[in-house]
Design a protein around this ligand. Structure first.
Ligand code: GUN
Ligand code: ZN
Length: 428
């Protein structure tokens, strides 16, 4: 295939997981990447790629790092406008800030405004794919898919289902949750780059009847993802066990209704029992680490090292707006800090892998996004590793790529994002 563009800089690509071997040996850099028809065509030296693609336009990024666009594996786009709301723990925070804001998404005009604002913000932070909860309103799903489709983005979302323990205006029923989810799934799943996820918010806001209906829908459509929350806070776990007295543990409230599987995504997963860990791993289910949210809402310290060593599938996410940032750089920094508090700091290579291929693997999309390799979709972020004076004075002293990148992970923000390519097109 002929390339349309050749991007020059330091192109980072992974050939294995930095959690399975020496973190510095899992990747390599090269001088340029050729992209065409929305895909990565080839990697190599600029001369080589130019000779093979004489018509391609060259975009020279100098010393910048060119890596796969960030993949945010768990967000709530409807919480964009109430991010950074002060001072509550999970259940109070949901009741005081989240549910009143989510009520507004019955209005398709408001839903479209926030969907576009959210994608503007995340793109400017280098995020090219997200897996988002919507609200209970089908309009909110239509809004995010419509905005993402216009931008050519690979996006996952689904109607959030809740039929108890939420305000009246935010409750559906077992029946309507099944019907609306099925209709939206059939309308959107597989259209362009869009994918549907069956989305029970979490066990406390679904009756057993609703869980059963959504488990049945997943059994009818095993090709789609299923996303929810698991074991975020200890008092939440107690509440879940009181609502489901027969359950062995929190995970069992999903498992017994057919809501545990290899295409399942379980946000937070901090306070897990041994049985839950075993079952999640046996199914190849994905855990999604949301570090800025876990510190912001005071949830606890995710056991990245222990869970990775057990062979769990793990993605990284902002959890906007429980998370306090739209930035996957900030999210990597928080994951590093949580690792430090547990005595198991993550290497820069592991952090950038989690934010790209790790999340893509969690979403079962690592054959399409999350890495720069021939045949992959050309979702790319170009990072300026000297974006502020404070970062520049540190990175200029770096002995290698990882030392040059780490200050941007710890201190960088949207100023570090020099350019974003989505599906082979420069985003504006
Ligand atoms: N648990 C159930 N809903 C939510 C949510 O919106 N945010 C977070 N952080 N946890 C949840
Ligand atoms: Zn969440």
């Amino acid at each position: 295939m002929q390339a349309d563009f050749i991007l020059k800089g330091h192109v980072l690509s992974f050939h294995s997981s930095p959690f399975e071997e020496d973190p510095t040996a899992a990747s390599q850099t090269c001088e340029a990447v050729a992209i065409g028809k929305g895909k990565v065509v080839a990697l190599g030296s600029a001369d080589e790629l130019q000779a093979a693609n004489p018509q391609a336009q060259i975009v020279d990024y100098g010393d910048h790092l060119i890596c796969a666009g960030f993949v945010d594996a768990h967000v709530h786009f409807p919480q964009t406008a109430m991010i950074a709301s002060w001072g509550k723990r999970l259940i109070d925070w949901l009741n005081s800030y989240t549910f009143p804001e989510e009520m507004r998404f019955s209005d398709p005009v408001y839903a479209a405004e926030i969907a576009n604002r959210y994608l503007d913000l995340t793109t400017s932070h280098g995020t090219t794919s997200v897996c988002s909860f919507a609200t209970i309103h089908p309009e909110s799903v239509d809004a995010l898919f419509t905005a993402a489709q216009a931008r050519g983005q690979r996006i996952v979302t689904g109607k959030t289902c809740m039929d108890r323990n939420a305000p009246d205006g935010l409750c559906d029923s077992a029946h309507s949750a099944y019907d609306d989810s099925k209709r939206l799934l059939e309308k959107w799943h597989g259209v362009d780059r869009l994918e549907y996820a069956i989305t029970p918010r979490f066990s406390p806001t679904s009756t057993p009847e609703q869980m059963e209906a959504l488990g049945a829908l997943w059994a009818e459509h095993p090709e789609v993802l299923m996303q929810t929350h698991l074991s975020e806070q200890t008092d939440e776990i107690e509440w879940v066990l009181s609502l489901y007295p027969d359950a062995r543990d929190y995970l069992d409230t999903y498992e017994k209704f057919g809501l545990l599987g290899g295409r399942g995504l379980y946000g937070h997963a901090i306070h897990l029992e041994e049985r839950e860990r075993d079952r999640l791993r046996e199914h190849g289910a994905a855990l999604v680490h949301c570090p800025t949210s876990n510190t912001f809402i005071g949830s606890g310290l995710f056991d990245m090292a222990g869970l990775m060593a057990q062979g769990q599938r793990i993605g990284l996410a902002t959890d906007t707006g429980g998370g306090s940032s739209f930035s996957m750089l900030r999210t990597m920094a928080a994951a590093y800090e949580i690792g430090q508090l547990r005595g198991t700091p993550l290497h820069a290579s592991q952090l950038i892998w989690l934010a790209t291929q790790g999340s893509a693997t969690a979403l079962r999309m690592d054959d399409r996004i999350g890495n720069i390799a021939p045949g992959m979709e050309a979702d790319i972020v170009v990072l300026d590793l000297s974006s502020t004076p404070a970062i520049a004075q540190r990175s200029q002293r770096a002995a290698d790529l990882w030392e040059a990148l780490f200050p941007t992970i710890m201190m960088g923000d949207d100023r570090a994002v020099a350019e974003v390519w989505i599906g082979g097109k420069r985003s504006v």
